[in-house]
Design a binder for this molecule. Sequence first.
Ligand SMILES: *Cc1c(COP(=O)(O)O)cnc(C)c1O
Length: 388
Amino acid sequence: MKEIRDPKDLAVNGAPPAFIEPLHVGRPNIGDREGFLQRVEAILDNQWLTNNGPMVQEFERRIAGQLGVKHCIAMCNGTIALEIAIRALGLEGEVIVPSWTFVATAHALYWQGITPIFADIDPATHNLDPAAVRRMITPRTSGIIGVHLWGRAAPVDELQDIAEEHGLSLMFDAAHAFGSSYKGRNIGSFGACEVFSFHATKAFNTMEGGAVTTDDDELAEAMRLMRNFGFKGYDNVIHPGTNGKMIEVCAAMGLANLDGFDAVVDTNIRNHAAYKAALINIPGVRVLDYDPAERNSHHYIVAEVGPDCAASRDAIIAALHAENVLARKYFWPGCHGMQPYRDLFPHAGLMLPETDRVASEVVILPNGFSADESAIATIANVIKTLAG
Ligand SMILES: *Cc1c(COP(=O)(O)O)cnc(C)c1O
């Protein structure tokens, strides 16, 4: 690793970057490699590649057991899992979601003819602001999808109260929240159901994959049918459905990564503390905290670059990219700034001032096994050089 250069050199074309190998946000965590390969051998020996095979069944049992929830229905990815959960719950008309989330939360509704209605967030938590949710309820509203952003729980109790008051369904997009808790209880059994993504970029991955977890037997049964074309046994289709099945190789990856998950979290917790310490004295730069009273994978290093910072968020990202640190804006400019929502709701921003502000200030920094203490010190130096 190279010393960081003088600031005036940062923009010099052709100067070698501080990192020879790019340092990515969201580089996959690969747990127990040998364990994975052994399971793949077993899959090939069995010749059972998909259709609720033994790996998927074991994976579902382990996830449900670990989260303390009755049902885990594994799926091919988090987006299909969201779509199936939304359909199984019978959502229709309008559904309230944050705009400050990955676009799949909104697309999973729009894709099946439901209008996502964007509510603003609490800037301190980056999660839905219950008062903003109340403002967006209309006679067409059928439900609320809370997102546990950065794995920090949405305001579960407040959203539950609103849902009950107005007769709405409540479910959660828990794509970031594997291994998180709310009031000490594992995320996975709040609302009617919760949806996880196990995409390669998440803290815990099955390469591609997802799951819905729920304590509701009937809902679980409906989602199992929908995941497999509505088949009940052979030659007997009793429900409309799609193909949302997880394959055996993905479940094998999941089982191997479950074994390595604690090590990932320990590394992330150390990295998060190192980032906090390294960036603490830069005016206008703030690294989001994780509540020490709750569990969280600490997968996301979320820095906010405020107006009192000497450098803009975008200038900091450009400087990091020049050094081969591929920091990301993630959900910028918010779902309401993306198509088709931008054309559908051209004035949505008027109701989303906090979303707009947060979206303009956030930068996500690299984490996981590839970001060690010296890498973090170098990254902090790049930011300090511009903004310190
Ligand atoms: C990753 C993600 C999804 C989509 O999951 P995929 O498995 O990639 O389909 C949905 N919502 C949020 C908040 C996500 O971060």
